[in-house]
Design a protein. Structure first.
Length: 330
């Protein structure tokens, strides 16, 4: 069945962000070429929405559309118009959010995390927003664990994205989560964007430049990705970068937003998922080629990441990946 996504546009919406869901999800197709998602837009009262640019947008549906959504997206608003505190939402907007089915995913883009926070939907959860607003989000909503380093946070039902292009990353992640790596990669190619953007917001936060020397760990990351099947210790990565372990760890986290261990685990899991989808290698062989010393470790980390064992993941996604590849669709 086609997954129905409803985007809620509020006054002050940023047109670029408003268009991201339909731009990405509209390029996701199944093995037979059918659309996997249907995206529609609504506003409170179905009235025109004032953007943060010099034009307004006409919207044909009102907030009642949210009740029939599989995924609800609250698009970004310009924070210069103000962001809400807890309980500080217009009555009609608060009621609209309460109408969202408990089975539906809810996605915030950038500053719309404040809308979800004000509605109490982020309580007890990890979340993110644009790095410039993370401290304010944490101050207003102390029950929320705010992470300024990541491009997006997936809590299962509730997902939050950082600013602007991070929405592209989040929606490609949803395609990957729903339909597997092959479909997500093909979607990314149609959108002419990278299927997976390395690193988090940490790489965009304004910091003083180092006084001298090459501080980048990018060449070491490339080196490691070519050797995922091999055991790679932190000391090996630091040695390749010609840095002390302490300096390498600090610079790596500053550039990528993850520790070297977290990043390496993420890359190993991505490679394992690709192999499960695109090859008939045994689970033991996949585990070895992805750098897991024991298939039990692959099982543990894959279950933690996507909620599936390697066998279940292959049964769910491998046929989709092979058929998409055989059809030559890009």
């Amino acid at each position: 069945m086609v997954h129905h996504v409803v985007v809620l546009a509020l006054d002050g919406v940023k047109p670029f962000d408003l268009g991201i869901p339909s731009q990405v999800l509209g390029q996701a197709f199944g093995a037979s070429g059918h659309a996997l998602y249907r995206v529609s837009t609504c506003s409170i009262g179905g009235r025109p929405v004032v953007t943060n640019q010099d034009f307004s947008i006409s919207v044909e549906q009102d907030e009642s559309a949210l009740a029939g959504a599989d995924t609800v997206v609250v698009a970004t608003q310009d924070h210069r118009r103000g962001v809400p505190d807890r309980g500080d939402l217009p009555d009609r907007l608060a009621a609209a959010l309460r109408s969202v089915p408990s089975t539906a995913r809810v996605v915030s883009l950038c500053t719309s995390a404040f809308v979800l926070g004000a509605a109490g939907m982020l309580d007890g959860q990890r979340a993110t927003t644009h790095w410039q607003m993370c401290d304010e989000l944490a101050r207003r909503f102390p029950r929320v664990t705010v992470d300024q380093n990541v491009l997006f946070v997936d809590n299962g039902r509730i997902l939050t994205a950082a600013g602007a292009a991070a929405g592209l990353d989040l929606f490609l992640h949803l395609v990957r989560r729903d339909h597997g790596v092959a479909v997500a990669n093909a979607t990314a190619r149609r959108c002419v964007v990278a299927p997976w953007r390395e690193g988090g917001q940490a790489q965009f936060i304004e910091r003083p430049l180092p006084a001298s020397g090459d501080s980048s760990t990018s060449s070491t990351r490339e080196w490691a990705e070519e050797r995922l099947s091999q055991p790679l210790a932190l000391v090996d990565l630091a040695a390749h970068a010609h840095m002390s372990v302490r300096t390498f760890t600090r610079r790596f986290r500053s550039e990528v937003g993850l520790s070297p261990h977290e990043w390496l685990l993420q890359r190993r899991l991505d490679h394992a998922r690709y192999l499960l989808e695109s090859t008939e290698l045994s689970i033991n062989e996949v585990s070895s080629k992805a750098g897991f010393t024991d298939p039990v470790l692959l099982r543990k980390h894959l279950r933690n990441a996507v909620g599936l064992t390697p066998g279940a993941y292959r049964r769910t996604y491998s046929a989709v990946g092979r058929e998409a590849g055989a059809s030559g669709r890009v």
